[in-house]
Design a protein around this ligand. Structure first.
Ligand SMILES: [Zn+2]
Ligand SMILES: [Zn+2]
Length: 379
């Protein structure tokens, strides 16, 4: 590291370090190189040289303002793997040289009931948790009392060469994991793991995974490692074949004959489709008293035929990423069970092209950016 540290000025502002990353300035613009500054590591904070960062479909939604809450410039990236290069005062969990991960959150209120019970991903503070990028989950103008407890409107994620985060929000990366393949575990992995675990996936259970992209690929591998029989539902014939080659049962999602043959056979279904979709055909695949959980879509779904839900007492649910504890747990689980997502490593200059391919479903199955390909800043 050759970070340029500036002495604190007389007003007590934190010293800052130079950084560089890829960001979008508008909803219609490409990601471009952006030079910026981060606050240097303070009390209980660590500075990380970013090595790898996964490209999550959320990044694309956010860059394009598809959730109508994007703050520009928007620098995504919440599947971050890096090495600790500097520690602030009072840091005890990590040391310089450690390989660490940063997922979707970099802070939460720490006081509410969810935060105190290791559910900080459901933080009930006026601003929810602080996102690794795009700032607080609930910005001040939508928060109770127009408050912003984090004092920051925007945050810049892992499409950058350096990050500074609270040590408690940095995960330890087990040595058995390859650093590039570990990146997607931090969002796609924990999002699917948290739901699979909550709904009791274990040996003997039949699990349906709807959508076979980054989340579906990870969710299917995790469910199988938990001992379940896994059936993939995808709209792509190619992916159907690939899933079969990976040893999963797979069917095309509108193959009515296959769907009819599987009616009432599944103990749990995880829908990973990242946009509005119709879950009615999948509800029919559930056994009585079983749950379909939608994790990919933060928008209204097609209307549900409640007769099917009532007649067999089925549950429709959702789940938001996972807690810090679950994130550490899924990293360990992947290390112990030799689970890794299928990834394609790209340079930062390939990012805009990668976005197009993700939108077309033309990625196998997660792009991971090699941030050592990013020149400039304090790198
Ligand atoms: Zn994500
Ligand atoms: Zn909280």
């Amino acid at each position: 590291m050759n970070s340029v540290l500036r002495a604190d000025d007389s007003e007590g502002l934190r010293s800052r370090i130079k950084a560089v990353g890829y960001a979008a300035k508008h909803c219609f613009s490409h990601l471009k190189l952006l030079e910026f500054e981060r606050e240097a590591a303070g009390e209980k904070e660590i500075e990380i040289r970013v090595l790898y960062c996964g490209v999550c479909h959320s990044d694309i939604h956010q860059v394009k303002n598809e959730w109508h809450n994007t703050i520009y410039p928007c620098m995504p990236g919440h599947e971050v793997i890096g090495r600790v290069t500097r520690i602030g005062p009072g840091v005890t969990r990590h040391k310089v040289g450690d390989l660490v991960g940063v997922g979707c959150m970099i802070d939460s209120c720490g006081h509410c009931e969810p935060c105190r019970s290791s559910n900080e991903n459901y933080c009930e503070s006026p601003n929810g948790w602080l996102g690794t990028y795009n700032g607080p989950l609930i910005p001040a103008d939508r928060a109770r009392g127009n408050a912003n407890i984090y004092g920051r409107d925007n945050t810049f994620g892992g499409y950058s060469n350096v990050m500074v985060v609270k040590e408690a929000f940095a995960l330890k990366i087990p040595p058995a994991l390859d650093p590039d393949a570990a990146a997607p575990i931090l969002c796609a992995g924990v999002t699917t793991y948290s739901a699979l675990k909550r709904w009791g996936v274990k040996p003997g259970k039949h699990v349906g995974i709807v959508g076979f992209g980054g989340l579906g690929n990870m969710g299917a591998k995790l469910a199988r490692a938990m001992g379940a029989h896994v059936t993939i539902l995808t709209r792509s014939e190619h992916k159907c074949d690939e899933a079969t080659q990976m040893g999963f049962t797979a069917m095309i999602e509108d193959d009515e004959r296959a769907l009819r043959a599987s009616a009432g056979s599944m103990d749990f279904i995880l829908s990973t489709i990242p946009e509005k979709h119709d879950i009615n055909p999948y509800i029919e695949l559930l056994k009585r008293d079983s749950t379909i959980c939608v994790v990919g879509c933060l928008a209204p779904l097609e209307p549900v035929d409640n007769a099917e839900v009532i007649l067999h007492r089925k549950d429709i649910s959702g789940s938001l990423i996972g807690s810090l504890r679950e994130t550490q747990e899924v990293l360990q689980f992947c290390a112990e069970h030799d689970v890794a997502p299928d990834i394609q490593v790209i340079g930062v200059d390939e990012l805009n092209d990668a976005y197009h391919k993700v939108e077309k479903g033309d990625v196998r199955y997660r792009y991971v950016i090699d941030l050592t390909s990013l020149q400039g800043g304090s790198g």
